[in-house]
Design a protein around this ligand. Structure first.
Ligand code: UDP
Length: 337
């Protein structure tokens, strides 16, 4: 894929970038990409859900330094920042998850609201550019399909997922306000379901749940009928899209995700096949499934047109890489392919 030349122009070839949520799944991959492009990165994280292991390989890298801090407290950086990327947030809660992943409703709201406010204030003070990691969850349980950026969403403001959805919707509104009122050069990426190495094993999401169950030879737990759909993007594709967006002047939201839609049931069958798990699936119905979005698929027309971007990695290839990662994390022997 060739990046249009206009997208590669930046004010300074080497930027000093503050990335919040640097130890998270997406943050750590983005860190790697920014460093690979020759930039200098300050990674901010309070390790509530971020994992120091995701940044371990950067120890001793002179272009990277860690700032251990909660993004919802005032952020002080003295050197002139060129760019701020706000990725800090606990992952969206899965109300049906029986795994006991710490549900962090107030931290989630604070990261989306106060964290965005602090990061934007810093961007304004430094005359730095700003990119917000938003989410397909702003579309809630969508009534239009696929979801394009001009769809307003269908969200329950007090439902179990609302702490994430509403925090991100507020974050988008605040980002637009700083753009319109203060002239901050802002960007908003709406991230759809993404998977890959460095996902938390215990966050209750479908990819780590299914892979771990398959590796243990257990039936995969499908919540509800399994007819609900998601569209899964491999992490390297997502990072490519975000990097391209960073380099544009586009301030309106852009969906980044894989438009290939799959039912959760088919997804489970694929993982069982790749892990050679003979135990099949089991179905779990609980009364907390009510707000589970039934269909989700990004319309990526804007990303195609503005960024010249579309996903390259086949789901099965991405899953194999993720399975290998999870085997290694679980201390299982490497697969012989
Ligand atoms: N899901 C499932 N079994 C699991 C975990 C999740 O069937 O063990 C379903 C969940 O109900 C949802 C989909 O998989 O329909 C994706 O869930 P996830 O939490 O990964 O992401 P999100 O709902 O935020 O898109």
């Amino acid at each position: 894929m060739i990046i249009p030349e206009t997208l590669l122009k930046t004010e300074r070839p080497v930027m000093l970038i503050l990335l919040t949520g640097a130890a998270g799944f997406l943050g750590s991959h983005l860190c790697d990409r920014l460093l690979k492009e020759g930039h200098q990165v300050i990674g901010l994280d309070n390790f509530v859900t971020g994992d120091p292991a995701n940044l371990k390989h950067l120890e001793g890298n002179p272009n990277f330094r860690l700032m251990e801090q909660d993004v919802s407290a005032f952020i002080q950086v003295d050197e002139p920042l060129d760019y701020i990327l706000h990725f800090a947030s606990p992952a969206s809660p899965n109300p049906a998850s029986p795994l006991g992943y710490p549900n962090l409703p107030i931290q989630t709201l604070k990261a989306g609201a106060l964290g965005t406010y602090n990061s934007l204030g810093l961007a304004k003070a430094h005359k730095a550019r700003f990119l917000l990691a938003s989410t397909s969850e702003v579309y809630g349980d969508p009534t239009v399909h696929p979801q394009s950026e001009d769809y307003w969403g269908n969200c329950d403001p007090i439902g179990p997922r609302s702490v994430y959805d509403e925090a991100k919707r507020f974050a988008e509104a605040l980002t637009m306000a700083y753009h319109n009122v203060h002239g901050v050069r802002t960007h908003i990426v709406r991230i759809f379901n993404t998977f890959g190495p460095r996902m938390r094993l215990d966050d209750g999401r479908v990819v780590p749940n299914f892979i771990q169950q398959a590796l243990r030879g257990e039936p995969l737990t499908i919540y509800g009928t399994g007819e609900q759909t998601r569209s899964f993007c491999y992490v390297s594709d997502l990072i490519e899209g975000i990097y391209r967006l960073m380099m544009t002047d586009e301030h309106l939201p852009v969906n980044i995700g894989n438009p290939i839609e799959t039912s959760i049931k088919d997804f489970a069958l694929t993982i069982n096949e790749l892990c050679q798990n003979p135990s099949g699936i089991s179905t779990i119905f609980t009364d907390t499934l009510g707000d589970d979005p039934q269909r989700r698929q990004p319309d990526i027309t804007r990303a195609r047109n503005i960024l010249g971007w579309e996903p390259q990695v086949e789901m099965r290839d991405g899953l194999n890489l993720t399975i290998d990662y999870m085997r290694q994390k679980l201390g299982l022997p490497t697969r012989q392919v």
